[in-house]
Design a protein around this ligand. Structure first.
Ligand SMILES: [Zn+2]
Length: 257
């Protein structure tokens, strides 16, 4: 058994026996880990609010070799993301962010770029207005997909290599743009408006921090969002169905500021 200190974001929790909690963290130094917080469900637990969903906390845990479930000994809040937790729509967006990391990444494989992306996105969701959430999530999806090797090709036709500036199609199975001549080869290709293509390319390269000042929801951000959600489902859906995406699509229009 060895003792470790790191920082981590709470991705999911569940009850274990009477009063203990199993917490899945995405950590800076160890990737995705599961740990038992003994007494974590007690009203006056020593862990306080540090194990609430999406909280970023400083943690100390005992790692048992060859075991998947470790023991949490200490945890304290670094970033509470209180605005996020108070808003059901923000929680729905953050749930997709967390579930994608939880389902698409293997356990205990450190990835500092993904950890940094995760905390940048949660911070932006915390600070955003509701009408900025859609582009933040789309940009996150693109960036995460690239980091795990599923990133779509958005510059030229994936089939013939032709550069595309307008009249593009997007091949959900092919994994990127298709030109007018090639789109028939992917039965799941969808036509893309020129404005949506431009937005997709911007969201791929813009830093997450800069999005709130530049974009808000409109019909093109919705087109991009629907496309990326379909792409996530077609690329990774069979092995990792992202349930919170279905929920988000049902409630996201309930109230937009
Ligand atoms: Zn082509």
């Amino acid at each position: 058994m060895s003792i470790h200190r790191t920082h981590g974001v709470v991705l999911r929790t569940r009850k274990l026996r009477e009063s203990s909690k199993i917490v899945i963290f995405f950590t800076r130094d160890f990737g995705k880990i599961s740990a038992v917080a003994k007494g974590g469900y007690k009203p006056k637990s020593k862990f306080g609010s540090s194990l609430e969903l999406f909280t970023r906390s400083a943690i100390i845990f005992y790692k048992k070799e060859n075991r998947e479930l470790h023991t949490l000994s200490h945890s304290e809040v670094l970033s509470p993301y209180e605005n996020l937790k108070k808003d059901v729509i923000k929680v729905a967006y953050a749930s997709v962010v967390g579930e994608m990391v939880e389902r698409l990444l293997p356990a205990e494989e450190p990835n500092k770029k993904i950890y940094q992306l995760l905390i940048n996105v949660l911070k932006q969701i915390d600070l955003a207005n509701r009408n900025q959430l859609e582009v933040i999530l789309s940009s996150y999806e693109l960036k995460l997909l690239h980091l795990i090797g599923y990133g779509p090709q958005l510059r030229s036709c994936v089939r013939c290599g032709h550069e595309i500036s307008q009249g593009a199609w997007f091949g959900l199975i092919s994994g990127g743009l298709l030109c007018k001549r090639c789109h028939d080869h992917d039965l799941n290709a969808v036509s893309l408006s020129d404005r949506a293509l431009a937005l997709l390319r911007e969201l791929e390269t813009e830093s997450v921090e800069s999005l709130r000042g530049k974009y808000s929801s409109d019909r093109y951000s919705r087109e991009v969002s629907n496309l990326l959600n379909s792409f996530v489902r077609s690329q990774v859906g069979e092995t990792a169905n992202i349930k919170s995406l279905d929920f988000l699509e049902r409630i996201r229009d309930v109230s937009v500021e």
